[in-house]
Design a protein around this ligand. Sequence first.
Ligand code: SAM
Length: 313
Amino acid sequence: MARTDDDTWDINESVGATALGVAGGRAAETRSADPLISDPYAKLFLEAAGEGIWQVYLDDELPAEFSDVDPQFEDRMRAMLGYTACRTKFFDDYFVAAADDGIRQAVILAAGLDSRAWRLAWPAGSVVYEIDQPKVLSFKTATLESHAVDPIASHVSVGIDLRLDWPTALTQAGFDASAPTAWSAEGLLPYLTADAQDRLFNRIQSLSAPGSRVAVEAFTNEFFSSESFARREKQTERYRQAAIKLGGKDITESGNLLYEEERTEVVDWLQAHGWTLTAATTADDLMAANKREVPEGLDAAVPESVFVEGRLP
Ligand code: SAM
C-alpha cells in the first residue's frame, strides 16, 4: 500500500513501526559496553509491541540468516546503530542546553517512542508537548504507565497528524506561543511531502516567540536523489530477505514510506527566515566526533543528513 495524504497508523504498522526501529537502536546502545546515551525505556516498548522484525534488537547476536543475505549486514546494522546513538545524543544535548539556558517549553514533533520527557533532567516548571499519531502516543504512554514510570517534565500528548491543523490542537493543549520554545524534528522529514515540510516550518515559525530554538535532522537533497533512492531500495531488499528468512512478515508490504522528492534545504529555509544557525553538522562529522565512523567500503550505510540547530534572536 502506498502512502496517501490522510493515512493513519498504529505502532506496529506502516510509518508507526519505524518508531520501533529507532527505539530498537536506543535499546541496543543502552545495553552496549560504552553507550553514548541511556534510554532504559526503549526496551519496554519493543517488549510491549509483540511479534515483529524489531524483536531482533532485543538480542545482542544478530540471527545468522542476516549474514546469509549479505556478509556486510552486521557492519551495516552497526553503522546504523551508531547513527541512531549519535542522533539521540545530539537531540538530548540540545534539549538539556536549552533548559539550562532557561527555556521551559519543548515541542517534540513526531515524537514516536522518544522518552526524553521521562529520562532527561528537566528543571522544575518544564513542559514537554509531544505530537504524533494518536495511536503511537497512546501506545507509548500506556506502556510507560503499565511500568509505573512517571515523566520528569510535565508531559502533554497531542495526538494529531502533522499534516492536519496541529497548531490549534497544540494551543488547545496549553502551549504558550508567547514563551520561547525548543522544537525538534528528528526522524520525521522524509515521511512528509516537500509541501508538507514547508508548511511544517512555516507553522513552527508562526508559533515561535523570540529566543526560540529548533533542532532538525535535515535530510539533504542528496538523500532525495535517484541514486540515493536506488541504494536505499537495495538495502530495503536486504532487510526484506532477512525478515522473510526469519519467518516474519514481508516488511515491504506497506510500500515505500518515504516521499522521495526534492525539497527546500532546511539550513537555507532557516537562514532565510531569520534563524541563526548554531549547528549544521553532517552525519559523517557527528559520527566521527563521537568515534562512531562508518567503516570504509560500506556505501549508503547511513542517511545523507545534517544535524541543524537554529535560534531566533
Ligand atoms: N522522533 C522519533 C525518534 O527519533 O525516535 C520517532 C522517529 S520515527 C522514524 C518517525 C515518527 O514520525 C513515527 O513516530 C511516526 O508516527 C511519525 N510521523 C511521521 N509522519 C507523521 C505525520 N504526518 N503526523 C504525525 N506523526 C508522523
